[in-house]
Design a binder for this molecule. Structure first.
Ligand code: F6P
Length: 324
């Protein structure tokens, strides 16, 4: 057995399906190594205010199928300031916590990077529907969110066909377009508007829709990542320039909720178990990641250097050619 006696686990940032599986695997892994696990409530906020709950095997046995996070989540403004990070570190030391496992997205990882200065060993697990943690090919929740969005768009398509309309569907992913790309491709969109590729020019989309209208198509679909452009404005533009009746659907938080897919449960379990494994090996300040479909880990500072703000170019090119 190692020297570790007690660790803490938290979830931070936007909740993501699969977070519960990661918590569960951390608890199971720790239990095997005779390490006690303290659950921190509401992410870094709970670390500052020391809001906790015990997470025993009994607490997590049947949570794989539950969306959201049993530990609650928040985006902590206070944790951005050193004084509050010091308070959080003091709480951890006072309660004899040897290490922290933080499950969340980009913001959570940045918080953990700053937290290193306070001497707390933190292992991060990438959990966000946006798939925007650059060092990892996968982030927990993406698969569920992409499937939920696809299912919702399929339903919208049924109505769109019946009324021979154009549907402009806004999906989540402010900075990364993977949800839009995957759900858009899966639902055979006529156009997909992505933050990484957006040049502010609607002409190509309008031209495509005009041609399809002339060719007698019975429905049209434009998938837009949130924050790129104003969806109602785009729908109005389509109506004006093409004569096609257009409607907007904003999918919103349904994409964050719901029972995780098998992939998110599995990857949550793998990543949670691996985080404990890293701690057992005496590793410090790491990010669990997926590379070439295998579990790997990066030093927190090194992970930050792996800046990859590009979409997979093959997937992107394919989305264009399949929408032609
Ligand atoms: O978790 C990621 C995400 O859902 C983004 O896609 C979205 O921009 C953001 O969170 C919304 O966050 P909030 O919960 O603060 O409204």
């Amino acid at each position: 057995m190692g020297t570790m006696k007690r660790i803490a686990v938290l979830t931070s940032g936007g909740d993501a399906p699969g977070m519960n599986s990661a918590i569960r695997a951390v608890v199971y892994g720790a239990n095997k190594a005779e390490i006690e696990v303290i659950g921190i409530l509401r992410g870094y906020e709970g670390l500052i205010d020391w809001e906790t709950r015990a997470v025993t095997i009994d607490d997590v046995r049947n949570i794989n199928n539950r969306g959201g996070t049993i530990l609650y989540s928040s985006r902590s403004e206070r944790f951005l300031k050193k004084e509050w990070r010091e308070k959080a570190a003091e709480n951890l030391r006072k309660n004899q916590i040897d290490a922290l496992v933080a499950i969340g997205g980009d913001g959570t990882m940045r918080g953990a990077i700053d937290f290193q200065q306070e001497g707390i060993n933190t292992i991060c697990i990438p959990g966000t529907i946006d798939r925007d943690v650059s060092c990892s090919e996968y982030t927990l929740g993406f698969d569920t969110a992409a499937n939920t969005a696809t299912d919702a768009i399929d339903r919208i398509r049924d109505s769109s066909v019946s009324h021979e309309r154009c549907s402009v569907v806004e999906v989540m992913g402010r900075k990364r377009g993977y949800i839009a790309l995957w759900a858009g491709m899966a639902a055979s969109a006529d156009a997909i508007v992505l933050p990484e590729k957006w040049d502010g020019n609607f002409d190509h989309i309008i031209e495509t829709l005009k041609q399809r209208h002339a060719a007698g198509h019975d429905s049209y679909l434009v998938v837009v990542a949130e924050g790129v452009t104003d969806a109602p404005e785009l729908a109005e533009l389509i109506r004006k320039k093409t004569g096609i009746e257009s409607r907007v659907s904003v999918l919103g938080y349904i994409q964050r909720g719901g029972s995780p897919t098998a992939k998110d449960r599995m990857y949550g379990s793998l990543m949670g178990a691996y985080a404990v494994e890293l701690l057992n090996q005496g590793k410090k300040n790491q990010v669990v990641a997926i590379k070439n479909d295998l579990l790997v880990s990066y030093d927190l500072n090194e992970a930050l250097q792996i800046a990859n703000n590009e979409l997979d170019s093959f997937q992107y090119e394919l989305s264009l050619s399949l929408a032609e």
